[in-house]
Write a protein that binds this ligand. Structure first.
Ligand code: MN
Length: 354
């Protein structure tokens, strides 16, 4: 198993590359979408949380990510002895109508194919995505961690409707007519996802890129009045059964799985790692389940993380594990301290299981 480190778009600079390497990471997972663009409510030194207005403004719909972007990234990381393990998440600007089944869907599926080819051409093996209309919405912050550390959590359902022009918790059209997205069924969301896989998997196979699906966080049946694709562990099976290609894989988020109400997290780790369908792993501990849970330090919370790593090891998982999010620690660099703590714990744990 390899220790990776996730960096947000605004952190793609030498200082953060050095920091990740100093934490012991050998691999990077890079968020190429800038969640913090024109954001009114996000702290750039924390994971994005946002409010009902979302995280920030989606990118330029006409500026597709290209091979040169990713080759430059790969080379800059290599100068710090870091390998790019994955690009995480598409920009809503490039695929809003794939999620919403809108009029630009055809063109936007071509956008995604072009991005997948660019990722592959730069030798980056994985593209992570989250097929979600509400995205990571409905979370709140509080001093609920050990020693009063500020953490993220969920305290009750969140079904405020999503305004037009917004999807995946970002605004892609500031001039959209007033009104809200119409609710759809869970089956309709699966139909849209199937169409996405049918179009993209053949291109991913050609490009040598594995598509990796994150489950819905928070994993409630609906968020902001919209259905969630994968909100119970068993729904991941439906996703991988949709296409037998090993390029159809999972961005396996242990914290999100633990927040789900059905079944146990160890059973889910065993089930999916045995099938060799994990592209990479997000590791984060939590206390509670939806609709009431809080993120915690890696060594508190409900999950025995060492047991999770042992199951992954037993099933031969040799990929990248990253600390997903970490509590903010009380000091001059709360995000850095939290991430360094998680990396140190994780590196020692990986060593201890051999
Ligand atoms: Mn995650």
């Amino acid at each position: 198993m390899k220790l990776g480190f996730g960096l947000y778009r605004h952190q793609l600079n030498d200082d953060h590359f050095r920091f990740a390497r100093q934490c012991g990471a050998t691999h990077l997972v890079v968020h190429w979408v800038d969640y913090f663009r024109s954001s009114r409510s996000n702290n750039p030194n924390d994971q994005p949380v946002g409010d009902d207005s979302g995280w920030g403004l989606a990118g330029d719909p006409d500026q597709l990510w290209d091979r040169q972007n990713f080759e430059e990234l790969r080379d800059r990381a290599a100068a710090h002895d870091l390998e790019i393990a994955a690009i995480e998440n598409f920009d809503p600007a490039h695929w809003h109508d794939v999620l919403l089944d809108g009029p630009k869907k055809g063109q936007q599926l071509e956008n995604l194919k072009s991005i997948i080819r660019a990722v592959g051409a730069a030798g980056i093996p994985v593209m992570g995505y989250n097929f979600s209309i509400a995205g990571v919405a409905g979370r709140v912050k509080g001093a609920w961690g050990r020693g009063g550390a500020e953490v993220v959590g969920v305290s009750g359902p969140c079904d405020t409707p999503i305004p037009n022009g917004m999807v995946w918790n970002m605004v892609y059209d500031r001039t959209a007519p007033s009104g809200y997205l119409a609710p759809i069924s869970h089956e309709e969301l699966w139909r849209r996802h199937g169409e996405f896989l049918d179009a993209i998997i053949p291109v991913a196979e050609e490009a040598g890129v594995t598509l990796a699906a994150h489950p819905d966080d928070p994993p409630m049946p609906t968020v902001r009045g919209q259905p969630r694709l994968v909100y119970q562990p068993g729904m991941y099976q439906r996703l991988i059964d949709r296409h037998s290609s090993p390029r159809n894989a999972l961005e396996f988020c242990i914290g999100t799985l633990a927040e789900m109400t059905d079944g146990g997290v160890y059973e889910a780790v065993d089930t999916y790692s045995r099938q060799k369908r994990l592209a990479y792993v997000h590791l984060r501990n939590v206390r509670g389940k939806v609709p009431h849970y809080q993120e915690t330090f890696v060594d508190e919370g409900d999950i025995d993380m060492l047991r999770v790593l042992q199951i992954l090891q037993k099933n031969g998982f040799d990929g990248v594990v990253i600390p997903d999010h970490a509590p903010q620690m009380t000091c001059a660099a709360p995000w850095h301290a939290g991430m360094a703590y998680a990396c140190g714990w994780l590196k020692a744990a990986i060593q201890s299981i051999g």
